[in-house]
Each structure stands twice: as C-alpha cells, then as structure tokens.
Design a protein around this ligand. Structure first.
Ligand SMILES: Cc1cc2nc3c(=O)[nH]c(=O)nc-3n(C[C@H](O)[C@H](O)[C@H](O)COP(=O)(O)O)c2cc1C
Length: 382
C-alpha cells in the first residue's frame, strides 16, 4: 500500500507494534472523575521514577486530568475489554458501573485491573498534535495476577506464551518437560492404537497446562492444544486430585460449597483413586467445551479463564457407578503417570476416539497400559 499522505500508512505501519491498554484517571473538584484510554503509556526513568503517556490535543478528558495535577494509570486486564470501550467513549460519566477506590493522590484505582501507577503530574510538552505527559510515581501496585489486555492491528487480544516452559510461581516446567520427553513415545502409540487424540497435562498452580499433543492420523487435523492453560477443577483434574495428599485434597474440596456438592466430590475423587482413571461424559457442557477447545487450537486467545472455568464446572464426570449405559456416554478418559516416589508427574488424557459403544473398557485398558509403562520409564515401581 503506497503512502497516501493522509496518515493511513503511518497508522498501518505503526499498528504492527502491539501495546497494552491503560485507563488514566483523575478526580475533579466538581463532577464525576475523569478517565480515558491510552495505548501510549510507557515507563521512562527509575531514578527519579517517571512514566509517560501521550494525550491527543483533542481529548476532552486530558484537560480535566491536567487540572487535577495527579493521575492514576490503570493497566487493564484481558477480561476488561468492555472497560476499554467505555473509557474510550465520549460519555459524560465514564465511571457508571465501575468499581473504584482512591489511590493516595485521590485518583481512582479501577477494581480488578492488573496493576496501577499513581502519579503527580511532572511536565507537559507539546509534540505535534499530541502532548508528552510525564508523571512522577508516588505509589504503585499489582492488583490481580491476570494477563493484560493487548491492542494490535486494531483488535484486542491477550498474551499467549510461545515457550512451553511458561514461568509460574513454582518456577518453570523444565522438570515436567524432561519427563514428558521420556514418555512421549508411549503417548504417541496410544493415540495411534486408539485412533484418538492424547494430550499430556501437568498441574501448574491452579491451572492444567497442556504440555504435549499426539494425534492419530485417523483422528483428523494436527491442530494442537500445546501451551493452552485450562482452569484446574475437580471435573477435569481428578486424575491428579485423586492422588493429592489429604491436605491438598481438602483445600481443593473446600472450594466447593459445604454439604452435598463437596461430599459428592469427595466420593468421586475416592472412586477415581480406586478405579485408577477418570472419565468425562457427554452432555451439553461437554459439547460446548469441545468446541471451545477446538477454537483454542486455532486461536489460544479465543477464550478467557473465566469463561473456561464456568464451562469446566458444568462438565459431567466420574459417576460413582460406571454402568454399561454410562459407559456409552464416555468421551474423555484420563489417567495419571507417576514419577519415582509415587507423585503424579503428568496425566494422559484421551479423547476424540470412535464412539465407545461397548469399547470403553478396551480404551481404558490401553490407556492404563500406556500410563503404567510411562510411569515405569519415570522410575515409578508398581
Ligand atoms: C486502544 C486505544 C488506545 C488509545 N490510545 C490513546 C492515546 O495514547 N492517547 C490518546 O489521546 N487517545 C488514545 N485513545 C483514544 C482515547 O481513549 C479516546 O479518544 C478518548 O477517550 C476520547 O474521549 P475524551 O474526549 O474523553 O478524551 C486510545 C483509544 C484506544 C481504544
């Protein structure tokens, strides 16, 4: 595309560079607080601590913020795209329905943002049709451990780590990747033998991370879920939870309301431990979840953790009685691979196999054969 001289080419080229999305807020002496979206926020200096952003000269919010002489930069999370639209609008009061608390400058900190930086206005410099605004940091904090909202080529998205060894509070997954390398062959022949898909997952804090993917040529395309993080819940995590120690199991169960639901879960976990594997049954949520997984294969940013969690929580799984009728509904089977010492290293989950009518026991046997062999390869003695 040639340079048309109307700024489109300038925008097109600079739109190749991604930015985060912030809402700069300030209080006014009269009227509702002021706030507007900026993608131009950047850190500038550590000593003294300075940050900057670039308001358009046409912004009607900027003069209000300038008058306040303080502002708070709120880094939006990937789940706050709606707030981005709200604060990029020209609405009179952009704070309707928005939870806030005051920073020490008085400027609003927006609830559930990733982080906030509260500043005194340091300087304003003209730069073409924008200003360069420097703020001196008074105080700053991380609000939630969520991913930031990103803006790129005119659309919104979230960060998807490219590396499998995604960092976590526990450090990286190097150990699990090493183990995976040892058992990968078992996983691949399992997928081939059953004309199915098999994923290897590990638990990382409160998430299940897909570390590897094996697909039988008969099971269709080779799209991959590797790197996808799913919320860890009893529904999709019992192949791990059933072998947790009592204390960790208790903590997991306490996330469920006390009473019937928790008691049923306790029994299901005990059943999985006794059976040696976990099953997921077909229902509407399972269908919806399968669609979501398919979309995640195409685009890892297509579903946020909250929407995935609500889907996972509706899955039907691990009936106490696995009758012949229930077996026909089995669509997912997962079993643990143990490392030396008996801890669960990872789980193999098979899905996408031909309809199980009567064959589920064979699938289970083949899966347990693979996980037993894989456990032995990792030094686990049965
Ligand atoms: C992703 C995104 C990034 C933006 N970045 C900036 C920016 O850096 N500077 C700016 O002045 N406006 C930016 N805007 C536009 C302003 O948010 C918008 O024009 C402003 O909120 C209009 O309202 P106002 O008149 O209340 O300022 C951005 C908008 C979006 C959606």
């Amino acid at each position: 595309m040639p340079d048309t001289g109307d700024g489109r080419w300038f925008r097109e080229v600079l739109g190749q560079y991604p930015t985060g999305v912030c809402v700069v807020t300030a209080t006014q002496q009269e009227g509702p607080p002021a706030g507007f979206v900026v993608g131009s926020f950047t850190s500038v200096s550590l000593a003294p601590p300075l940050v900057a952003f670039f308001p358009d000269k046409s912004s009607t919010s900027w003069p209000k913020i300038q008058a306040a002489e303080h502002f708070c930069v709120n880094i939006l999370s990937a789940d706050q795209e709606h707030l981005c639209r709200q604060f990029a609008s020209k609405a009179e009061d952009k704070f309707v329905g928005v939870g806030t608390r005051p920073a020490s400058s008085g400027a609003p900190i927006i609830s559930d943002v990733v982080a906030w930086i509260d500043c005194d206005l340091e300087s304003v410099t003209e730069a073409g049709d924008h200003y360069i605004v420097l703020g001196r940091v008074r105080e700053l904090g991380i609000e939630t451990a969520s991913l930031p909202l990103l803006f790129f080529q005119g659309g919104y998205g979230r960060f998807a780590p490219l590396s499998l060894a995604a960092p976590s509070d526990r450090g990286s997954l190097t150990e699990e990747l090493r183990e995976l390398d040892i058992v990968r062959g078992e996983m691949e022949s399992l997928a081939c033998d059953l004309s199915s898909r098999c994923v290897a997952t590990v638990v990382d804090d409160d998430e299940l991370v897909v570390l590897a993917n094996a697909v039988s040529p008969a099971a269709g395309d080779r799209a991959t879920l590797v790197g996808v993080r799913l919320p860890f819940a009893p529904q999709n995590g019992s192949a791990f939870a059933a072998w947790f120690d009592d204390e960790r199991q208790q903590r997991l169960l306490e996330q469920l309301p006390a009473g019937e639901a928790r008691e049923r879960e306790r029994q299901q976990i005990a059943t999985v431990r006794e059976r040696g594997y976990s099953v997921g049954l077909i229902n509407d949520a399972q269908r919806e979840f399968a669609t979501a997984l398919h979309q995640l294969e195409q685009d890892p940013t297509s579903h946020g953790p909250k929407s995935l969690r609500s889907l996972v929580e509706q899955l039907e799984y691990d009936p106490i009685e696995l009758s012949g009728e229930a077996k026909k509904d089995v669509r997912v089977i997962a079993a643990p691979v143990f490392r030396k010492g008996g801890e669960v290293a990872l789980a193999f989950t098979i899905y996408g196999f031909p309809k199980p009518d009567g064959a589920v026991d064979q699938y289970v046997d083949r899966l347990l054969e693979a996980t037993t062999r894989a456990s032995r390869l990792l030094g686990h003695e049965t």
